[in-house]
Design a protein around this ligand. Structure first.
Ligand code: HEM
Length: 399
């Protein structure tokens, strides 16, 4: 495999100029330039190809034979083992099919909605009576934790422990420098999770409920092994916490930062569900989906070598003017907002998309109902930040 060469820097000058800390503040102008001039570009700072046009992102994500998640280099497999996100073909399909039913809209409405509404009401009741709150800490994060634990079937009194494991996972997965201490701590946290799961799985096999772990442990026709259950539970747990916290925070921030759009929601002229799709298009929490080439392949003239990593830039695809008119404008009445790729597409389409949408809807409806005059705190300005995962560090509001 060739190393990124001077040739590539000359061929892809915009990619060579990409700096991740600049992307983290506001990725969209640089991504727009790439999309226009170097739609498949080599970015030396990441050692990966960036793909920024919506059509090309679709091509990559719909072709798992050529662009795979199944690679020995995957840190997410190193820490969590083999699960739906790091397998392809029949194995991936089997894992996904077994985990999907509790995340489907009908079961969510029947089994998760009322508990979620109660939890959100409890959280809002607990807000400071002084008329201000930091919504990531007191609303978005607790909703995400509560929902993913409940849907998996993990006891809610384990929330603090899960949060602690989560932090180790997040550090191990962002360990781009290869620090052995961070990797060891991530693996140790995963091993603790696997041990803690055993008595829970034993209990669920004796007294089943309607959760995912219960479904999996009571499946006697074609059961997953305990190790497979644990690894898939790990990716679901990891996939469902910070992503959803960020989605909720980004949606609230985007709406409050556009008071006229917030007004349309408050007076019922636009449904919350529709507005959420535009927030997902305009400021998606997960900005990229990474694949590895299984052979030498040419994509829009760029020669990608066997094994090289390709980052599909979802936020860039969501603002592609070839598909969305006036794409930088935030407009909750946009008829095709739902064509966004915030949850990716293809075999690895997000398992938790419907749950995350439900959580965001319930959160926004509670704010509309309960906090009249809600607005961003003008003294503590904020906006989403980050290149792979974007969210505001804090989200202070007043009412
Ligand atoms: C309840 C919350 C969530 C859960 C349980 C969850 C879980 C998962 C899982 C298990 C996968 C892997 C699916 C597969 O490989 O077949 C996945 C993929 C993905 N999720 Fe989620 N997720 C949640 C929320 C979110 C949110 C809020 C976003 C962004 C707004 C998001 C974005 C994605 C993306 C982009 C992928 C595809 C990654 C790829 O193809 O490389 N997820 N999710």
């Amino acid at each position: 495999m060739p190393s990124p060469t001077v040739d590539r820097a000359a061929r892809y000058p915009l990619g060579a100029g990409i700096r991740l800390d600049a992307l983290a503040s506001d990725p969209y102008p640089a991504l727009a330039e790439l999309r226009r001039q170097e739609p498949v570009s080599w970015v030396p700072e990441t050692g990966m190809w960036f793909v920024t046009r919506r059509d090309d992102v679709l091509t990559v994500l719909r072709d798992p034979e050529t662009f795979t998640t199944d690679t020995p280099e995957s840190t997410i497999r190193d820490i969590f083992g083999a699960h739906m996100m790091t397998t392809e073909g029949a194995t991936q399909l089997r894992y996904k099919k077994k985990c999907m039913p509790p995340f489907q809209v009908r079961r969510l409405e029947e089994e998760a909605l009322s508990g979620l509404e109660r939890e959100v009401a409890r959280l809002v009741n607990g807000f400071d009576s002084g008329g201000e709150a930091e919504l990531c800490r007191v609303l978005a994060r607790p909703i995400a934790l509560h929902s993913v634990l409940s849907r998996l079937g993990l006891p809610l009194d384990q929330t603090a422990r899960v949060n602690e494991w989560y932090e180790h996972f997040a550090r191990a997965l962002a360990n781009f420098q290869g620090d052995p201490g961070l990797r060891a701590a991530g693996k140790a946290a995963a091993a603790q999770f696997r041990r803690a799961l055993q008595p829970i799985l034993d209990d669920l096999s004796r007294s089943p409920d309607r959760s995912l772990l219960s479904d999996l442990v009571c499946d006697h026709a074609d059961p997953l092994t305990r190790e497979e259950i644990e690894s898939n539970a790990l990716i679901i747990l990891f996939g469902g916490i910070e992503t959803t916290e960020s989605m909720i925070a980004n949606a609230i921030w985007a709406l409050l930062a556009h008071p006229s759009e917030w007004g349309r929601i408050k007076d019922g002229r636009v449904r919350v569900d529709e507005a959420i799709e535009e927030t997902l298009r305009w400021e998606p929490a997960v900005q990229s989906a990474t694949r590895h080439a299984t052979r030498r392949v040419t994509l829009r003239g760029a020669v990608i070598e066997d094994g090289e990593a390709v980052q599909c830039m979802l936020g860039a695809a969501n603002r592609d003017p070839a598909h969305f008119s006036d794409p930088d404008r935030f407009d909750i009445r946009r008829p095709d907002a739902g064509d966004h790729l915030a949850f990716a597409i293809g075999r690895h389409f997000c398992l938790g998309a419907s749950l995350a949408r439900l959580e965001t809807r319930v959160a926004i409806e509670a704010l509309v109902d309960r906090l009249p005059g809600l607005h961003l705190d003008p003294d503590r300005e904020t906006s989403p930040h980050g290149y792979e995962f974007r969210k505001p560090e804090t989200l202070w509001v007043r009412w």
